[in-house]
Ligand binder design. Structure first.
Ligand code: FMN
Length: 352
């Protein structure tokens, strides 16, 4: 494996860990970040996303009261992701987010939903390379911290298109890019084409974060080795097994996370199943402490729906969580479900 030391530096070298969580609407909120961070040993520094934040809304919001911008005081390495294409809202959003504690700003150029296409943001920006570069330029102009872009493969997986597009972003001042090499048409299904990450990393001089289909700690090292990317980003699977941070850290020679000293990272399907239950209970507790019961349960159910696919009988867990009407009821459902040892599968077919 390419030595981690030879990788390009993110956040001026502050980042020393090769795995980060992906920005995901409805999932990568403060509660999940805290649960995931708790598996990261002392001394390991990575990047932390928010959910996608609308640059037309953020300037008008009280960030301490908006669920999407809730943050814990001890959180560092925060890289909020913005959606936008106009200078004034972007400027005001960046100003607010810097006050909030952003250490970098990520621009979304990968969101494929109809609304994004209609309003010319998200992946629609990939249809207009010159304007996309302009969006980076206007963000960099107003940002005292690095600006990155998260994007997808080019239309029909056209690598030359992607390369020219990224060169434009680089010239406009992007400090790094994250490539999720599925096309807009693929959305989040099918397999991600890691070869595009390798080619891109080889062809540009800014750091490249690889994303897509990283389901296990082995996948993290495989992606680093196969593509030479500077960091791997995992979305759904890291939400499902946040202790992937610990597994990777253990392989790299870091100590155990705080409170788990003397233990080894869970690796067997049964140990992972137990850990999934432990992590879920913690997530539920933080969500209930942070939000009203309704919102907490909505977020929790969505988390179980997305991540339960790695768990044997995950559908039964999801039904139990849907049936319970209160936070206490969900807690009881979790206690009952995880009384029996259930296994977690390393890999699954990603459909959504
Ligand atoms: C529920 C959900 C919401 C997502 N929201 C965002 C988003 O707000 N911004 C973004 O750049 N990508 C978003 N994504 C895409 C992920 O960041 C990531 O690129 C994709 O899931 C592939 O990574 P994975 O295979 O590790 O999950 C979302 C994905 C999911 C599953």
């Amino acid at each position: 494996m390419q030595e981690l030391a030879t990788r390009r530096k993110l956040l001026n070298g502050k980042v020393n860990f090769p795995l980060c969580l992906a920005p995901m609407v409805g999932l990568s909120h403060m509660a999940l970040r805290v649960v995931t961070r708790d598996y990261l040993p002392a001394g390991a520094e990575t990047l932390w996303p928010t959910e996608m934040l609308n640059s037309w809304k953020i300037p008008k919001e009280d960030l301490a009261k908006t669920p999407e911008t809730f943050r814990a005081p001890f959180e560092t390495g925060l890289v909020p992701q913005i959606l936008g294409n106009e200078e004034e809202p972007i400027r005001d959003t960046v100003t607010r987010l810097i006050d909030w504690g952003a250490e970098a700003i990520d621009i979304n150029m990968g969101c494929p939903v109809q609304k994004a296409l209609k309003h010319n943001y998200g992946v629609a920006l990939m249809g207009d390379p010159a304007y996309a570069a302009e969006v980076v330029r206007m963000t960099v102009k107003h940002s005292p911290v690095p600006v990155s872009v998260k994007l997808r493969a080019g239309p029909q997986g056209d690598f030359n298109f992607l390369l020219n597009f990224v060169r434009g972003l680089e010239e406009a001042g992007a400090s790094w890019v994250t490539l999720h090499p599925r096309t807009a048409e693929q959305k989040r299904r099918g397999s991600a084409d890691w070869e595009q990450i390798r080619l891109l990393r080889e062809s540009v001089s800014i750091p490249v974060i690889g994303n897509g289909d990283v389901q296990t700690a082995e996948d993290v090292f495989q992606m680093l080795e196969d593509t030479g990317c500077d960091m791997a980003m995992s979305g759904r699977a890291l939400a499902a097994r946040p202790w992937m941070m610990w597994q990777v850290a253990e392989t790299l020679g870091f100590g155990a996370p705080y409170g788990r000293e003397g233990e080894r990272a869970p690796r067997t399907p049964e140990d992972e199943g137990q850990e999934y239950g432990r992590a879920l209970k913690k997530l539920l507790m933080i969500l209930l402490e942070t939000h009203g019961e309704n919102l907490a349960l909505r977020k929790f159910r969505f988390h179980v729906r997305t991540t339960g696919v790695w768990l044997d009988f995950g559908h039964a867990l999801y039904s139990a969580v849907m049936t319970a009407k209160t936070g206490e009821g969900v807690q009881e459902a979790l206690d009952l479900f995880f009384k029996t040892r259930v296994a977690m599968t390393p890999r699954t077919q990603l459909r959504e």
